[in-house]
Design a protein around this ligand. Sequence first.
Ligand code: ASP
Length: 352
Amino acid sequence: MRSIGFRFTRLFACSLIGFCSLASAAVSPSPDKPTIAIAIHGGAGTIEKAKFTLEKEQAYRAKLQEAVETGYAVLNKGGSSLDAVVAAINVLENSPFFNAGKGAVYTHEETHELDASIMDGRNRQAGAVAGVKRIENPINLARLVMERSPHVMLAGEGAEQFAREQQVPLVENSLFDTEHRYEALKKAKQKMRDAMEKTPDYQAALGQLEAKFKMGTVGAVALDKEGNIAAGTSTGGMTNKRFGRVGDSPIIGAGTFADNGSCAVSATGHGEYFIRYAVASDICARVQYQGKSVAEAGDEVINQVLKPAGGTGGVVILDAQGNISMPFNTAGMYRASKRNGEPSYVAIFKEE
Ligand code: ASP
């Protein structure tokens, strides 16, 4: 999707020169065919070209493409934005490349604790699960919480008990084991030990570690032919996190938000900041109350609010007109989008 790539380059240039018209971000509405669109991410962080072999880069791009095409196919058949979000996220959860489902990172205790949330832009219904250990596709359970429980979020044992009642099979936690994530945990623990030798301050050591090891998460936002938008996010959290730690991904307004009147957002990044800055709802509030475009609102929150505060990460944003923005303040973000039958746009690094 060249136009979107062009738009990002433009946006980048805008932030360098300080002003710029973002009119090119607008989608021209077609009277005969409703706009359908989807944008996904597979995490943001220190994702630099030098760290990739050609094969690895191609494999990541192919998986992102598969996820965005899978979600788009749902929309193209007239499916709902919620169904498209879940379908795209399932592809990413089932891949060991991304920090969600099968590729989830390890906690300090060498287990996996998964978080996910989903929101329906039609009516602000939402569902979330936090700290689940035995759910293969946490985004599906988040949706069941939304649709079949009176609650928004269920955590830990309670969420798994609910899953049983809903005939969702419980899997072994070891299903999420991968060698590369285990190596990352060992490295993270070693880095913590090294840092604590210099300064025996656990919080400071953890702070240093976070810059390198926190990133992951998958998410999607979609617009269906009925004009409804939805957002969803799923994650394994942060390598070496304390057991019981919950990040922004299952928190409505922080990691996920959707309202047809403003926008749909799925976030990835240093969860503690995304919670404290209510990132997803702040972006949509700027769209709704200040009349900002999704590109302007996303750039403001990610680059002008979060970055100076020390919060790293990015978001995918979509409005009910099909405008897409995918800002991030890290070296890279796995991302892809597709709209109205145009070729899909797939990118990893900054200047794409
Ligand atoms: N936001 C996730 C969390 O803090 C992690 C990430 O997106 O990298 O749990």
